[in-house]
Write a protein that binds this ligand. Sequence first.
Ligand SMILES: C=CC1=C(C)c2cc3[nH]c(cc4nc(cc5[nH]c(cc1n2)c(C)c5CCC(=O)O)C(CCC(=O)O)=C4C)c(C)c3C=C
Ligand SMILES: [Fe+2]
Ligand SMILES: [Fe+2]
Length: 344
Amino acid sequence: MRKTGVILMNLGSPDSTEVRDVRKYLNEFLMDKRVIDKPFWLRFLLVKGIITPFRAPKSAEAYSTIWWKEGSPLIVLSERLREAIQKKTDLPVELSMRYGNPTPEASYNALLKRMPDVEEVILVPLYPHYAMSSFETAVEHMKKAHKKNNYSFALKVVPPYYKHPAYINALSESMRPYLQEDFDQLLFSYHGIPVSHIYKTDTTNSFHNLNSPEECCTHEAAQATCYRYQVMTTSRLVAKALGLSKKQWQISYQSRLGRDPWLLPNTQVRLPELPGEHIKKLVVACPSFVSDCLETLEEIEMRGKEDFLKHGGEKYTYIPCMNTCEPWIDALLQLIEETATSAG
Ligand SMILES: C=CC1=C(C)c2cc3[nH]c(cc4nc(cc5[nH]c(cc1n2)c(C)c5CCC(=O)O)C(CCC(=O)O)=C4C)c(C)c3C=C
Ligand SMILES: [Fe+2]
Ligand SMILES: [Fe+2]
């Protein structure tokens, strides 16, 4: 048996709701070339000159409406997830963040302290879908720190699990209790990305049918890195597991930033429109996030609800992320086990 350790990796949060900490976090996040894929000089000008100065005070205020006494919900929930997995495995499990703390070095070193002769580390990106601004940047960041520090252990990555039966089961079961009461539609609101990212990660030059709400690309190699295809697949499989007909659900994309074209339809645009389309009782789930965070608690649970009800909606139910629910812990243990025993 190889000596194996595990690192869970999520996005990260500012250290506090102080504007200076939010500014530092936004600068690190948005200067990532996989998040804003512009030439360095343009990204620098946009981020340091326009986006961060305007956004930091607003984001700080938004963070202060969801912050817990223990800290950022995303960090606290990710740490609770680590603890819950640790209770069910003998492998040492650590947590890392793409931006802010704990850094990859801190988590590798924490793992080495617990298991000095570790031979392989299984990296679990806490993103079910592939996007260059989420999954890819997390993996590349961990690989970079691995190479820089010349660690002797191997690094293995859990691939995107957007259609893995254990993940689909966990997501469906976490949602099921919220669909017992009468509702008109379920909205899957995924984090949006710029359309250009879909083409940038596609090495096959495939056609992505952006006009179709039901299909994207058909080439398997393109699907492996197509965020849109993957979120559509997750939604279809979850809807099937929950016994929903096609008329009972739809997809939209949230958290848009900047002027470039992003995936459509946009959640912020759709929420006020839905009551006019006879969708008065809405249930909303956010499956691109596995832990609740600013984008789910503030944008969807709070602001989204207000907007929907203001425009004639009657009932709005937000479904929390999987966080530490039991089937999710079991799914992660299965993904870790499968990756540890895989040849890669
Ligand atoms: C160009 C901008 C952004 C892209 C592309 C993007 C993709 C992306 N993000 C997540 C997950 C999360 N994003 C979160 C916050 C957040 N996202 C952006 C911008 C882009 N994200 C910003 C500027 C922020 C900061 C907050 C704000 O000012 O709105 C979070 C929450 C973090 C927290 O602390 O709670 C998550 C999680 C994914 C999965 C993704 C691509 C699929
Ligand atoms: Fe984001
Ligand atoms: Fe596609």
